[in-house]
Design a protein around this ligand. Structure first.
Ligand SMILES: C[S@@+](CC[C@H](N)C(=O)[O-])C[C@H]1O[C@@H](n2cnc3c(N)ncnc32)[C@H](O)[C@@H]1O
Length: 274
């Protein structure tokens, strides 16, 4: 089979890969040369030499970003729920001679909680709004990030933002109607004909969620894109939530952990069975 025939048999493609042989996988993409035009906004922010870096590409699709990051020397784990895209990514990794550096697994983003590894860089673009449980995914990935997390999501219009209050009264709920209040719109049916588009946060909500997961935004290279670093002080602020987190990711609630958390939080109720 020729390369062009292989491309056709593996289609349809969402990523327009520019293959070393000159062919492209989706040259007539409705979004243009996607995602090359997004990568152009990001490439200068990421270290040119990623030797020794472990990268996780969540929702890797056909592997455009996995390939670019592997070209810089990273060892990449690409995960996706869709075997159709993983087949494309596996084929593409071979075309670029990068199969040794790109491991692919069919996993849900939530499965990352049970991986026994951390990552220097987590690439988390174009997935959050497809999830029913978006904040859980960010909690999981934040805990697995050693150095950098690159985040992108579909958002509501507007860039209003200001510090959120430390506390506010039940009678003061009107303030949540302000444009700069963190909000996430729920899409019950479809957006753009896609029933998997569930949530669209506004910019303030993206920043607030990232902080709440222990991530500090260090750069906003383009619309809807956020480069983050783990921040220990922010991370500590999230400790109270550990029992809910463990239950949500299907890890056993351990009384020993409960006791440790209770020392820090006198308002917490006793664990079941205590
Ligand atoms: C809009 S595409 C984004 C692809 C790529 N990350 C990018 O930015 O170009 C969303 C991708 O996420 C995958 N996906 C959707 N839900 C997922 C989930 N729960 N866990 C992992 N991947 C998921 C889809 O199969 C698809 O490949």
């Amino acid at each position: 089979m020729s390369i062009q025939e292989e491309i056709t048999s593996l289609g349809p493609w969402f990523h327009n890969l520019h293959l070393p042989t000159g062919e492209q996988t989706a040259p007539h993409h409705t979004l243009g040369d996607f995602p090359a035009f997004k990568w152009r906004d990001l490439q200068a922010l990421i270290p040119a030499d990623l030797s020794g870096w472990r990268v996780l590409d969540v929702g890797c699709n056909a592997g455009y970003y996995s390939i670019e990051l592997a070209k810089r020397g990273a060892q990449v784990l690409g995960i996706d729920v869709d075997p159709h895209y993983l087949r494309q990514a596996a084929w593409a990794a071979v075309q670029f001679g990068l199969a040794d550096q790109i491991e692919l697994q069919q996993l849900q983003v939530y499965d990352v909680a049970r991986l026994d590894r951390e990552f220097d860089l987590i690439w988390y673009m174009g997935v959050l709004y497809h999830l029913r449980y978006p904040l859980l995914s960010l909690d999981i990935l934040a805990q697995k990030t050693r150095r950098l997390l690159l985040f992108q999501t579909l958002t509501m219009p507007g860039l209003d933002d200001e510090p959120t209050p430390a506390d506010f009264s039940l009678d003061d709920r009107e303030r949540m109607l302000a444009p700069n209040w963190p909000k996430m719109a729920f899409i019950e049916k479809r957006m753009a004909g896609d029933p998997t588009n569930w949530w669209a946060p506004n910019h303030a909500c993206v920043e607030a969620m990232l902080r709440s997961c222990g991530l500090r935004v260090t750069a906003r290279p383009a619309h809807e894109m956020y480069l983050c670093e783990p921040d220990e002080a922010l991370r500590q602020g999230q400790q109270w939530n550990q029992s809910e987190y463990l239950a949500a990711v299907g890890r056993a609630w351990q009384p020993a952990v409960a006791a440790k958390i209770k020392d820090k939080n006198p308002y917490m109720s006793p664990a079941l069975g205590e």
